[in-house]
Design a protein around this ligand. Structure first.
Ligand SMILES: Cc1cc2nc3c(=O)[nH]c(=O)nc-3n(C[C@H](O)[C@H](O)[C@H](O)COP(=O)(O)OP(=O)(O)OC[C@H]3O[C@@H](n4cnc5c(N)ncnc54)[C@H](O)[C@@H]3O)c2cc1C
Length: 502
């Protein structure tokens, strides 16, 4: 039997919303992607581990474990470009041997019965990570632990305890009924889970107001090979390296997060939207660095990202009129700023801007979770889209933008490939911001080598410029080697034996 497994983000259903925009993107990139890929890959029947089947059937009810090829493969990769390209090339890594989905009643028994010397449990939430963390190398017998049965909603005073398996969308839908939000809206919000957010130290698009997961959580409930840790939901503690520290950024290696206590905020009722243009990106960064108050969302695109989003997103009858206005004001080749604030009156407006009205900001929020579908379309056309992100101080931001662009161009030339790179800044702090690079590359031959060499060139530029290895995606398997080499052995010492490779 052969299984057909979807490899792209959102399993293809997002693209229909963007199909009509694909043409303008292709035109802009000026590539000739050869052939169409349907976005899935085929796998031959996998061998079954009968010993493991016997063991799991003695611990869990039949609906809490699976040996199906589809489940084993779907739980064995995330959404990184390396994994998607491997799928397109038909070269995916080894899948897990089984998928378990215990609940609050069965998790303790499961953990007690598995020998950490033989087995590794790998927690999986929405499988939306882009760090290769679910793409395994050989070693112990690997079992994916789906968190889909950890669902619970328990309101307390000004906070809520949620099961780690709720997706962001599910959680916010429930809280919305009561007039609350937790305020974490990553672009993967519809798929990623509360547990995954904590384990990757994720951050959402409204972080200027609500912060990242480190600011949003109050505490966690967690289980490791020795059993459950003591629960403690207190406003603050001074307990040295505590359970929260073990959970935040643990990337599934420090144990399973079953519940998360999160701060609650009132759902905003009035929103301020507006868009502006700066003469260029450098000027925009300079002016934003001088602001004292940031709106909930502030997003400044470089000139290329601005131009591409105007072409791709404003494919409406209004486009011509709007473009005319931008030309007259001298903003068409500028750098676009989107500001959204969860309240009125508007926050501080930066200096030296040209007002571009509400339209781009409203368009942006409308497509805030579906925009990755544009990447799906490029994948299908044979191209390789990818992103890398970092953070740095205000005085370094524009230098990093320039240095990365130059390094990218040099690398593409050396590899005799084609490519385009763009960036935006978002997630604003008084000391600096996150800078997020999106690039699309293409070459007929040796595509994996090309992708790895371009990623490595950009990562080296980050490190040489004193930037973070990652601002929010996390290091995972792919970026761990760029961390300070003295950190990795220290991290490994706190990994749980049942949840780690060694
Ligand atoms: C299109 C797209 C947009 C994205 N946008 C953002 C963004 O705006 N901001 C952002 O921060 N990230 C973003 N990401 C990255 C990704 O969505 C986040 O890292 C997210 O937090 C992963 O959550 P998940 O539930 O999908 O976790 P998974 O991918 O399933 O797992 C990620 C890691 O966490 C571990 N893990 C998962 N659940 C648990 C648990 N309950 N206990 C212990 N460990 C666990 C896993 O073992 C793995 O190491 C994006 C990804 C994509 C594909």
């Amino acid at each position: 039997m052969v299984s057909q497994i979807p490899a792209l983000y959102g399993s293809g259903k997002l693209e229909s919303r963007y199909m009509f925009k694909a043409h303008s993107i292709e035109k802009l990139l000026m590539f000739n992607g050869n052939g169409e890929w349907d976005g899935s890959f085929r796998v031959r029947e996998l061998s079954k581990n009968e010993k493991l089947r016997k063991l799991l059937s003695s611990i869990l009810p039949p609906d809490q474990y699976s040996f199906s090829d589809e489940d084993r493969i779907s739980y064995s990769f995330g959404k990184s470009s390396i994994e998607i390209l491997a799928a397109r090339l038909g070269k995916t890594t080894e899948p897990v041997e089984a998928v378990v989905s215990p609940d609050y009643g069965t998790i303790e028994k499961l953990i007690k019965e598995l020998d950490p010397k033989k087995y590794q449990l790998i927690p999986v939430g929405g499988a939306s990570n882009v760090t290769g963390d679910l793409s395994y190398s050989k070693g112990k017998v690997k079992i994916a632990l789906s968190t889909k049965n950890f669902k619970r909603v328990d309101f307390r005073e000004n906070y809520v305890i949620l099961g780690s398996g709720h997706t962001g969308l599910e959680a916010e839908n429930i809280l919305h009924e009561y007039g609350f939000t937790i305020g974490n809206f990553p672009e993967s919000f519809e798929y990623s889970t509360i547990g995954g957010w904590v384990a990757t130290k994720a951050i959402g698009q409204e972080s200027n107001q609500y912060g990242g997961m480190e600011n949003i959580i109050i505490g966690v409930k967690m289980i490791g090979s020795e059993g459950f840790f003591r629960e403690e939901y207190v406003p603050r503690n001074s307990e040295g390296m505590d359970l929260k520290a073990l959970a935040l950024g643990g990337e599934g290696k420090t144990g399973l997060i079953t519940d998360v206590a999160l701060k609650l905020h009132k759902t905003p009722t009035r929103r301020f939207f507006n868009s502006y243009f700066f003469r260029n990106y450098e000027e925009g960064i300079k002016q934003i660095s001088k602001m004292k108050f940031y709106p909930s969302v502030l997003r400044l695109s470089d000139e290329i990202e601005t131009s591409i989003s105007l072409d791709a997103e404003f494919n409406t009858p209004l486009k011509k009129l709007y473009e005319g206005y931008l030309k007259i004001t001298g903003a068409r080749n500028g750098s676009m700023l989107i500001m959204i604030n969860n309240n009125l009156p508007p926050p501080e407006i930066p200096r030296k801007v040209i007002n571009a009205g509400k339209y781009p900001a409203k368009q942006w929020i409308e497509g805030r979770y579906s925009r990755p579908a544009l990447g799906n379309i490029l994948w299908k056309k044979g191209m390789i889209p990818d992103t890398l992100e970092t953070s740095t101080t205000w005085s370094n931001l524009y230098n990093v933008h320039r240095a990365v662009r130059q390094r990218f161009t040099d690398q593409i030339e050396e590899e005799q490939a084609k490519g385009i790179i763009m960036s935006h800044i978002s997630h604003i702090y008084s000391s600096g911001a996150c800078i997020y690079f999106t690039f699309v590359i293409w070459r007929e031959e040796e595509q994996m080598k090309l992708l790895e060499s371009v990623r490595d060139a950009i990562m080296r530029e980050f490190i040489e410029n004193g930037c973070a290895v990652s601002h929010h995606h996390g290091p995972g398997r792919y970026l761990e080697r760029y961390l300070d080499e003295k950190i990795t052995p220290i991290r490994k010492r706190i990994y749980d034996p049942l949840f780690s490779e060694d």
